[in-house]
Design a protein around this ligand. Structure first.
Ligand code: ZN
Ligand code: ZN
Length: 263
């Protein structure tokens, strides 16, 4: 591209009027679509974490998140309030989280942050039970300083529902618990054949022991909470059958091992 060398003044002047023929002026109804810039994206992300009462899901392929960062501090506080925090990063043969980064993340992992690796992950999405933020922003220190990012943020129930469904559909099937966490033994390891003989399971939200019924994966209290929204794709924390940490939902209450054992 020969253009790159040209001084900025040689670029044709850009006028918003040029957009009019594309139809912008035709929209009479206020559109629920407001793009936000880097600064607003960061501040919405921080509010999303600070206001979360139940969960925070961070989808950030490239991450240098550390416990002492602004975001890291907000996450520590959220974890201290018993908010569930899940972080999805890119992890495949070409892209591995760096050792020093995993070191920096240790305090958050110890505080309960769940880390998942997803091959080929390039989407960025931040979500609480009440806010969805779709953006170009990775949780990188550099993004917070000198990159130009764009974001789209919504507190609409429908937006949150869509974001959850997206994670369920596009990301979870490829997610694996990061090797760094996998060193921690699961609370009970399921023999693959146990599904048929097992009669007790676990609430997918609080892990309490309950009857094993794939269509009733919540304990009574958690079911009442869940029923406020009734979203069958809402992500909870444990496999209904074996009780290991696993992003589970009413629709998909089992970890992959238990799912396979059942089939
Ligand atoms: Zn429960
Ligand atoms: Zn399981």
């Amino acid at each position: 591209m020969g253009r790159r060398g040209l001084p900025a003044t040689h670029l044709p002047p850009f006028s918003l009027n040029e957009l009019a023929p594309c139809g912008i002026s035709q929209f009479e109804d206020p559109l629920d679509f407001r793009l936000i810039n880097t600064e607003d994206t960061i501040s919405r992300l921080l509010s999303l974490i600070r206001d979360a009462r139940d969960r925070v899901v961070l989808v950030s392929p490239y991450t240098t998140l550390a416990a002492e960062d602004r975001v890291g501090r907000a996450l520590s506080e959220a974890l201290a309030r018993k908010v569930k925090v899940m972080l999805f990063v890119r992890e495949d043969d070409q892209t591995q989280p760096r050792k020093d980064w995993l070191e920096a993340l240790q305090p958050l992992l110890k505080a309960g942050l769940k880390l998942y690796g997803v091959p080929g992950l390039h989407a960025k999405l931040y979500l609480s039970e009440s806010t969805a933020l779709v953006t170009s922003l990775n949780l990188l220190a550099s993004s917070f300083l000198n990159t130009i990012e764009v974001g789209l943020c919504s507190d609409e129930k429908e937006a949150v529902k869509q974001a959850e469904a997206f994670i369920q559909r596009e990301i979870l099937p490829h997610a694996r618990q990061s090797s760094e966490r996998a060193k921690k033994p699961p609370r009970s390891s399921p023999p693959a054949t146990a599904w048929r003989t097992r009669t007790t399971g676990h609430c997918i939200r609080c892990a309490e022991e309950i009857a094993l019924k794939a269509d009733k994966p919540y304990c009574r209290d958690c079911y009442d909470e869940w029923a406020d929204w009734g979203n069958p794709d809402y992500l909870d924390a444990f496999c209904h059958s074996c009780g290991v940490d696993h992003p589970s939902s009413m629709n998909k209450p089992l970890c992959r091992d238990c799912y396979r054992a059942q089939a």
